[in-house]
Design a protein around this ligand. Structure first.
Ligand SMILES: Cc1ncc(COP(=O)(O)O)c(C=O)c1O
Length: 342
């Protein structure tokens, strides 16, 4: 078997239960573009997990989910506020700006989380035609730094947004990891705390491909089916995306996989923290570990295990655990780190 690495939860394969669901869906002909029985079942499962009145649409990937979800709730004279580290800001090649026309206002944060106090100064722009009008607060849950917003923090961001005629968008590429971390249901940390639009991640949690855009107020979704098609994210053989979501949202697979990945990240952090020259830089609240490793050791480690340097300036690396990371993987990696980083 090819060695598993800690580079990304995207580097992992497909969970066997998801693969089985794809195979089971591969039976005869069904109507294309989502008008099929597997898609209806998957949508019902979303309604079970998130609330009976959500509107849900499947797309191919996470950038598409973010960009199209944001496009459906903005005009180009408006602004989307996010953390500097947000995927929408640094890892989507400008697609959010390109497709929405909106300005992204990216705010610095030490841990990937936006806070209400940082947002208040932006209110001065309201009503001034010379300034873009703040419309969306976009956060990532879990964040790109592996941290997790508490329910209280989510509630205060949504209240601030709604009090100021704005909306709360969540990039939930790793929302399953966040829910597990908070010991919460998916609904607890979305519908129940005032989230308006969510990109629900499947790929990082064991799917082959596919993400969902979930609208907690159906009125916001009125034009989404056109936006999705124009945005090139309407899968014709939708049943295969739907089958994967059906597997993920059945038998607690979303939870089991995320819980496993989170606990492997914790174990990795505990072991790395014992190595004197390594410093863990962020609280390990989901499936990512951030650590400063002296630069001279990094290429030696990367020869055996590929991973990303997250912040070159401070020699901080990112290590991700996945649904299939094993204790043995961690022991082997830590053994190498101990031998190398002396
Ligand atoms: C926080 C976050 N959002 C969204 C995505 C989705 O990206 P993609 O378009 O590669 O599926 C990723 C993937 O790395 C991510 O880390």
């Amino acid at each position: 078997m090819t060695q598993r690495s800690f580079a990304s939860d995207n580097n992992a394969g497909v969970h066997p239960e998801v693969l089985r669901a794809i195979k089971a869906a591969n039976d005869g002909h069904v109507i294309a573009y989502g008008d099929d029985y597997i898609t209806s079942r998957a949508v019902k499962l979303f309604q079970k997990h998130f609330g009976s009145d959500v509107a849900v649409y499947f797309v191919f990937g996470g950038t598409g989910a973010n960009v199209l979800g944001l496009k459906s709730i903005t005009h180009s004279h408006q602004a989307i506020i996010c953390a500097e580290t947000a995927h929408v800001n640094v890892d989507e090649c400008g697609a959010p700006e390109h497709y929405t026309g909106c300005k992204l206002i990216a705010l610095p944060t030490p841990d990937g989380k936006l806070r209400v106090d940082q947002l208040k100064p932006l209110l001065h722009a309201f009503g001034n035609e010379h300034h873009v009008q703040p419309r969306v607060i976009s956060i990532s849950q879990a964040t790109e730094m592996g941290t997790v917003y508490s329910k209280k923090e989510l509630k205060s961001l949504s209240s601030f947004a709604h009090d100021n005629n704005m909306l709360l968008h969540v990039d939930g590429a790793r929302i399953a990891n966040a829910a597990v971390s908070l010991n919460a249901s998916l609904k607890d940390i979305t519908a129940d705390v005032g989230v308006d639009v969510l990109s629900f991640g499947g790929t990082k949690n064991g799917m082959m491909y596919g993400e969902a855009v979930v609208f907690f107020d159906k009125k916001l979704a009125t034009d989404f089916k056109y936006i999705r098609k124009q945005g090139m994210h309407l899968p014709s053989k939708m049943r295969y995306v739907s089958a994967q979501f059906e597997a993920l949202l059945s038998n607690n697979l979303w939870k089991r996989s995320a819980a496993h990945a989170n606990s492997m990240a914790h174990m990795l952090a505990i072991e790395l923290a014992k190595i004197p020259k390594i410093k863990i830089t962020q609280p390990v609240e989901s499936n990512g570990v951030f650590a400063v490793v002296p630069p001279k050791y990094i290429p030696r480690l990367q020869k055996k295990y590929f991973f990303y340097v997250w912040n070159e300036e401070i020699s901080e690396v990112r290590l991700m655990a996945s649904f299939d990371t094993s204790e043995h993987d961690i022991q082997e990696f830590v053994r190498l780190v101990r031998k190398t980083v002396k």
